[in-house]
Design a protein around this ligand. Structure first.
Ligand SMILES: Cc1cc2nc3c(=O)[nH]c(=O)nc-3n(C[C@H](O)[C@H](O)[C@H](O)COP(=O)(O)OP(=O)(O)OC[C@H]3O[C@@H](n4cnc5c(N)ncnc54)[C@H](O)[C@@H]3O)c2cc1C
Length: 808
């Protein structure tokens, strides 16, 4: 049913959202803008409008693709809203050229045409380039320039034609609420009622957030942009922009043509953070609120580096320049969705022009249809851990993400600072053992342990290519192989643990999840949370620890919020992650080891597969979960955080006899992939249903859960795409995930997670493929950098399909 909606802000996001909502029949929409229409004074008002669609995130790439398609379809009084001139990202060194090949393959995986071309071809497309200074370029022909202000007005007019209102010079001063629900807004020109308020306030996001006590994980930063005077090489140009956009990422620079001159953008200066509350109002700002004075000192370097690839820029003169403000978040993704603590308060902020229409479409679908068609797990406004919302963290991460925006980052690179941030009680021991730490949910987490180096001579791993060798050591392979034969201890603390308790807990969880949970105390159930359309929102492991108490192993804060927000009065939902620690004791000797420090019977008969028990390991009170995400005999062990060190020491003291080693996340990932266990966000998202993901076994037949009606209409034989296990022919060709998969030279799907399977002796990759390419034995190729890697669709899983290890 259509609702009364207020949108705060008429930048490109607010305008696109008004258009998307009214298109879907929600026409009771008022857009309140503190500045004048349509150049309202926010970031959109001065954005140079470069749209590069390529992004490792599927949803961000597809938001960009949609933005391009939509803006291409719009005009304002006959003037285009998008100039599809294409783009070039240049390489001046081998590392960047390799990265461009990788970016080309990522783009292709998401259906965006992209190709690496020679310096000569690049020069032909962009005659200002010095051919000798570059060694190649990525060409994306559908990229181009958004005419953001034109698009604002064009989308605004469309929304108005369907009934929306745009009110300029209306500053929202407060959000009105009652009983935990939004009721409207207060402005300088009176109050407005609303069922839903959506903040599209861009750099003012934190200020709007403050009105309701919402910490907003975005940092406004000043960014330098200069427009040159006419350049000789462009003297014959009659149109605004015909040359492709240009990026020189190694030197933090980008360029676009504007008639006979260029716009030059520069990320190479020190970060210049600004507090949202300090942004001047329109009538006090020199130019407009989001434009600050150009600081020449920061500009040093921009022209020097530019001159190397575009010689004409050496002698160019600046026509006008600014330090313009826009937003960076703690993790680089936008803030989207309804805030957990106030019903009806939504946000669509920290959005680039590039993703604007796609984000707006997703929010409109979310409101009107219940869930967006593309997964929003990366961008959900409720995704943040508590520590990520401290003002100091937001500023530090915002600045770091600004500095790194064009850097050549590896998918496993952890954040540079602040480190260490979250540590468990195991940390001192892990450091002593030579843990190589990466980071998960802010926790330091060992990827491998140098103390296991001695195992490498016995448990060998093949050499791998340079990209997949980053944050890798042959020790990982040794740990994985050793654990399959003996026993290893993995730190699994960073996994989100949620306690759901109270009289209504069982009924509630049976509504929220697909699990049959009405089982004896001590039972564990693997199940899913679904959207109303039966898309997978999360996979969870639910343990019934008491009659009315359940512990969930979940995927993150969004799961916690979903449960909290839907819980009736007789159900209590609590995040117990940081108050507890988790260890995985896995391997054929795990039971013997645990039994040696436990008085309770841990035999298969007494503590069978998918059963849990509260007991003691030595003096440490623990809950043992008899399962393993790496497909081995063993237990997940949970204890109170203050017992961490004692637990670790107890297990290692007892473990000497059994050859216990500490093992890292690298070995864990290799083993999980061999066993075919899915990871949320990689193998599955809300874009997939349980049949497609091979998880229909986790859905109870009796219905009664969210998504059951849609699920009932599905069946295994209707699916058109499927998650498949690819076995790669050549040991050296370990891929990383998010690569396109080709059959007969045509892209048919993309990889999700990938790793070397040390027990099965091949590199593995999971991939989404169309059903016609999913039969076992189908030959495929994976585009990896500039190489086509040969693979074949193999059995899923590769390791122990009979579950003999787990159930022994
Ligand atoms: C120099 C520069 C170059 C850039 N280059 C690019 C680029 O090439 N490509 C790209 O994709 N992106 C680029 N960006 C980023 C891009 O401009 C922004 O991400 C985008 O415009 C944000 O759009 P928005 O609608 O969220 O925010 P805005 O355009 O800032 O709109 C927010 C609106 O909310 C209004 N508002 C705020 N608070 C209130 C309130 N309390 N009451 C009423 N109204 C309120 C503001 O007045 C404002 O008009 C650039 C940014 C800068 C600064």
């Amino acid at each position: 049913m259509s609702k009364k909606v207020i949108i705060i802000g008429a930048g490109i996001v607010g305008c696109a959202l008004a258009d998307e909502l009214t298109q879907r029949g929600w026409t009771d929409v008022i857009v309140l803008e503190q500045g004048p229409l349509w150049a309202a004074g926010g970031s959109t008002s001065h954005a140079p409008g470069l749209v590069f669609q390529t992004n490792a995130s599927k949803s961000l790439a597809l938001y960009a693709k949609y933005t391009v398609e939509k803006l291409c379809s719009l005009d304002l009084d006959g003037e285009p809203c998008f100039l599809q001139v294409g783009s070039l990202e240049v390489a001046t060194n081998k590392e960047r050229l390799a990265e461009l090949h990788r970016r080309a393959s990522i783009a292709t995986a998401w259906g965006i045409p992209a190709k690496v071309i020679s310096a000569k071809e690049a020069k032909k497309l962009h005659p200002l380039l010095d051919e000798k200074s570059i060694i190649g370029a990525l060409h994306v022909p559908t990229d181009g320039l958004a005419k953001a202000l034109r698009a604002d007005e064009a989308m605004g007019r469309l929304a108005i034609s369907r009934g929306a209102k745009f009110l300029e010079r209306h500053e929202v001063l407060d959000i009105l609420k009652s009983n935990g629900k939004v009721t409207g807004v207060k402005t300088n020109k009176g109050d407005f009622e609303a069922d839903i308020v959506i903040a599209c306030a861009g750099i003012w996001g934190p200020k709007v957030g403050d009105m309701i006590g919402m910490p907003t994980a975005l940092q406004p930063l000043a960014h330098q942009l200069a427009w040159t005077k006419d350049l000789p090489g462009l003297k014959n140009q009659e149109q605004e922009c015909v040359l492709p956009l240009l990026r020189h990422q190694d030197k933090d620079l980008y360029y676009r043509q504007r008639n006979k001159g260029l716009g030059v953008g520069w990320y190479g200066h020190r970060p210049l953070p600004v507090k949202a509350k300090d942004i001047l109002p329109f009538d006090k700002a020199k130019v407009m609120p989001s434009v600050l004075d150009f600081t020449k000192k920061e500009w040093e370097g921009a022209i020097k580096h530019s001159g190397k690839i575009i010689p004409e820029l050496k002698k160019s003169k600046i026509d006008s320049a600014m330090n313009g403000l826009f937003s960076f978040t703690v993790d680089g993704f936008p803030l989207m969705g309804e805030w957990a603590n106030l019903k009806g308060f939504w946000t669509a902020e920290a959005v680039w022009v590039t993703h604007s229409a796609g984000v707006a479409k997703a929010i409109a679908e979310w409101l009107v249809d219940g869930h967006p068609s593309l997964s929003v797990h990366e961008s959900d406004v409720n995704r943040f851990e508590k520590h990520q919302l401290s003002p100091e963290h937001i500023e530090m991460r915002g600045k770091q993400n600004y500095v790194e925006v064009y850097d050549l980052l590896h998918p496993l690179d952890p954040m540079k600072e602040p480190r260490p941030l979250r540590t468990t009680g195991f940390y001192p021991r892990q450091k002593t053992l030579g843990g190589y730490f990466l980071e998960a949910s802010g926790y330091e987490r060992p990827q491998w342990y140098e103390s296991n180096k001695k195992l490498v001579s016995k448990f060998k791993s093949p050499k791998r290519n340079s990209w997949s060798s980053k944050h890798w050591s042959p020790i990982i392979g040794a740990e994985a192989q050793y654990v399959r034969k003996h026993v290893g201890l993995f730190d699994i603390t960073s996994l989100k643990r949620i306690e759901v308790s109270g009289k209504g807990a069982l009924k509630f969880l049976e509504t929220m999840t697909t699990g049959k949970l009405d089982k004896a105390v001590g039972s564990i159930t693997y199940c899913l949370m679904l959207t109303e359309n039966a898309g997978i929102l999360s996979d969870v492991t639910v343990t019934r620890v008491e009659e009315n108490q359940f512990i969930l192993g979940a995927n993150g804060n969004v799961d916690l919020i979903r449960l909290k927000n839907n819980a009736p009065d007789n159900v209590f939902v609590k995040d117990i992650t940081s108050g507890t620690v988790g260890l995985g004791l896995f391997g054929p000797k795990a039971r013997q080891l645990a039994q040696s420090v436990c008085d309770d019977d841990l035999s298969n008969e007494s503590l069978g597969y998918f059963k849990a028990k509260k007991t003691y390991l030595g003096q440490v009170p623990v809950t043992l979960w008899r399962l393993s995400y790496v497909g081995e005999l063993g237990f997940e062990i949970y204890a109170d955080a203050d017992m961490a060190l004692k637990l670790w020491d107890t297990l290692f003291a007892a473990g000497k006899k059994f050859g216990l080693i500490p093992a890292g996340r690298g070995a864990f990932n290799s083993m999980r992939l061999e066993k075919g266990y899915r990871s949320y966000g990689a193998e599955m998202t809300s874009e997939h249903n349980p049949y497609q993901a091979g998880l229909s076994f986790a859905v109870r037949k009796t219905g009664g859960f969210i998504g059951a009606n849609a699920y009932e209409k599905l069946s295994a034989d209707q699916i058109t795409k499927k998650l498949c296990c690819l076995v790669i022919k050549n040991d050296f060709d370990v891929v990383m995930g998010k690569e396109p998969v080709l059959v007969d030279n045509k892209v048919v799907g993309y990889t999700t997670s990938a790793y070397y399977g040390h027990t099965v002796g091949s590199p593995l990759a999971y991939a989404w493929l169309p059903i016609e390419s999913s039969a076992i034995g189908t030959k495929v190729e994976i585009q990896y950098f500039d190489k086509k890697v040969k693979a074949v669709v193999g059995n899923d899983p590769q390791f122990d399909p009979q579950m003999t290890r787990l159930k022994s």
